[in-house]
Design a protein around this ligand. Structure first.
Ligand code: UDP
Ligand code: MG
Length: 137
């Protein structure tokens, strides 16, 4: 069993695809073990994406991630990190395989609808960024 953190990003909540994203995770046999809708401040978005602080897209990305509501969820299952990444598709929707979330629902490299932890180390930082132990069931 492995845990990962996923986010329906502000473009996704605006497009009303929260359910579509969750449906894909559940249909793949993954369990949503914590879930909430929140609006990140700029500082909270910067903290979440601190790993990208030196990248040229950091300021624009954190503006985007704090522009509207997001849905954050902790997900559990066998190989959950890779499964969620596979369901998401490539970072740039133009490179994402047909049938993936980003290919089907997104068009823009930055506004790419969904986040998923990229490693066990990332998941171990990202899940407690949003959820206390008592909120994960
Ligand atoms: N991003 C961007 N420009 C880039 C690369 C990434 O705006 O050139 C954004 C995009 O929203 C991406 C996020 O920054 O999802 C984090 O980038 P990462 O390389 O970690 O991609 P991911 O793990 O989300 O596929
Ligand atoms: Mg990443």
């Amino acid at each position: 069993m492995q845990r990962t953190l996923s986010i329906v990003k502000p473009d996704g909540t605006a497009k009303n695809v929260i359910g579509d994203v969750i449906k894909r995770f559940e249909s793949a046999g993954l369990k949503i073990i914590a879930l909430k809708r929140i609006k990140l401040s700029k500082e909270e978005a910067k903290g979440f994406y601190i790993v990208h602080k030196a990248r040229p897209f950091y300021d624009s990305l954190t503006d985007f991630m704090s522009e509207g509501p997001v849905v954050v969820m902790a997900i559990e299952g066998d190989d959950a990190i890779a499964k969620v990444r596979d369901l998401m598709g490539a970072t740039n929707p133009k490179d994402a395989k047909p049938g993936t979330i980003r290919a089907d629902l997104a068009t823009d490299l930055e506004r790419n609808t969904v986040h998923g932890s990229d490693s066990p180390e990332s998941a171990a930082f990202e899940i407690p960024y949003f959820f206390s132990a008592l909120e994960i069931i």
